[in-house]
Design a protein around this ligand. Sequence first.
Ligand code: KIV
Length: 271
Amino acid sequence: MTSYVENQNISTLSILDLVAMKQAGEKITCLTAYDASFSQLIDQAGVDVMLVGDSLGMVIQGKKTTVPVSIDDMVYHTQCVVNARKRAFVIADLPFLSYGTAEMAIQSAAKLMQSAAAQMVKLEGAHLNIIELLVEYGVPVCAHLGLLPQSINQLGRYKVQGKSLHDAEKIIEDAHKVEQAGASLLILECVPADLATKISQSISIPVIGIGAGVGCDGQVLVLYDMLGISLGRRPKFSKDFMQTAQDIPNAIQQYHQAVKQLDFPASEHSY
Ligand code: KIV
């Protein structure tokens, strides 16, 4: 199948391309990236989006959680990724407490977009006033709902969210609210597949899932999980693509194809 983007002869993807992919029913592929070498490999494999995630605190820095990651860490790694990127759309995470006030959110987003050339920033939770403010000043925002790793000290452990009717309704409500506040993209982490499908079908912005089933508009995985090299246990929703690949570029290519063809995630990767 020729993809939407191959038809367009596009250099660097924009948010309009991602929306067009949702509308055309083409799955959006996304991987986390933290450095120039992997950025080049992921880009060359044709993966649509690279997320410079604050998961770098765990997989690069060896910390227990994402909480200690600073805005300067995010700027440095986003610069590394952008330096080697040609085609993929680049999103950078706003780290823990870097968007706690309007002023902090503007300053942090300015660093990620001006110093590091991110195309979009991501923040965890339905912080509607902050989303509206950033959007008003021209900052494209990706919202992140479901499991919020920056809230691990409140949650106690990483676990599936939205299992009860009450929690599922709250996530649906928040998804509609972040869309209305101006978010251009939504990441849904660790929620039941039927809930994620319902949300993806009921909002117009693209929904990218991680541990959220095959019904989302796209998928993201932590790069080191899908290469089988993360510290600690790989989550159930991830898959080690190196087990069937000859080398790293081939594993990334296999992931990209599996998402495009709806072969990943399978039911064993879903809740
Ligand atoms: O930081 C990260 O890598 C993320 C993904 C897990 C979505 O936010």
